[in-house]
Design a binder for this molecule. Sequence first.
Ligand code: GLN
Length: 484
Amino acid sequence: MDLHKFSISQLLDGLKNKQFSSTELTKHYLKRISKHDDDLNSYISVTEDLALKQADAADKRYHDDKALPLDGIPLAHKDIFCTKGVLTTCGSKMLANFEAPYSSTVYERLNSKGMVMLGKTNMDEFAMGSSNETSYFGPVKNPWNLRNVPGGSSGGSAACVSAELAPVATATDTGGSIRQPASLCGLTGIKPTYGRVSRFGMIAFASSLDQGGVLSRSAEDAALVLEAMSGHDPKDSTSLNYEAPDLISDINKPIKGMKIGLPKEFFEKEMPEYSQKSIQQAIEVYKNLGAEFVEISLRNINLSLPIYYIIAPAECSANLSRYDGVRYGYRCNDPKDIDDLFMRTREEGFGAEVKRRILIGTYVLSAGYYDAYYLKAQKCRRLVANDFLEAFEKVDVILSPTTPGTSFKAGEKTNNPLEMYLQDIFTIPANLVGLPGLSIPCGEHEGLPLGMQLIGNSLEEAKLLQFAHSYQLNTDWHKNMPNL
Ligand code: GLN
């Protein structure tokens, strides 16, 4: 049986009806990983023993008629989510030997729903990057074309789901790291409203922007897993005080009469012809489904990238100050004194991109520059938020490209950070404002997939998934996989 072709609800049916066991399903995936992952490098750790133990426990629950909501479904976790007793590296030499003493809420919640962890996925170091080339554990390849990047920073999660080495994976998105790799690997990727998914035990990059979410092969799969991992968590003070949303009940409702905003500033940008064509076709699909289109203006949207590259490095410089060789993680050999310990540990433990961000962040927060850069960026962030508030008075969702184009060649942008940063030009605004956003496949060019982005109003993940699902019921782009 081609179990790796099954959707999550098909897998749940198969498990319930005893067509196959979770142990068989888990072994099927482990076999695929050992066959294909040497080429892709999408996993940092494969937790075979643990997975088989969890699968066995799931099988017993099925046998006893006590199955949990997602019982026996395998998944991969981005290696940014702490997992007790299992390596959690965040893609860095700094944490290359770090075994977390506790598990993240995301892991705990999915575990408590019966999900089986196959392993931890590769990622850009501390989630900084758009191509998964900054990982200490080596670059990840795009399964659609091994010479290309899968996107980042959740490149391992994206590559393993699109290569069908896991049915679904967790991921995080600070400026686009779920949606951009989803676009480049032909997946559905959703970043919920800031605060929907607990950040407890999710290693911090930029705390006011980081948000956990899901990379999957369809909106329906994403809904099932996102619902299971969301909801208030007293261990995270920025967690929103709402129960997990119901993401499934309304997913089949028609979108007829609903309004989609097209931000003119996004469409004024230079775009490859194939992107324009794909987006135009997607617009036609939605028109046929009865959606209405409204042109909107997000006047200050062009400030988003500069705002992000002040605020994200500022928060990163504060968050990463904890890696000093004293408490945990990497420590340099034979330090001469305490200054030498701090300096050499950080010099040797962090990669170039992380250092670049720490330098920028320390600079924009330093006395004399704080007002000119950091404070100003925060004020501009409010302007962008106001634009969205106004827009959502008129529309239900906002549609745009996810990325400027399809996946690029490995090495193509590594020497030009600015060009790399432009990958996230369409995704960053949702992080700045804390809004939910998703990417779904909407076309292909020269054998590589391309996504479109939908941004929703605060807490409206269900509506976003309803839009994504109705598109997927009427198109086949999301069904195309590289077929390894
Ligand atoms: N690519 C962006 C960056 O490098 C976003 C990363 C992310 O979302 N984690 O900061």
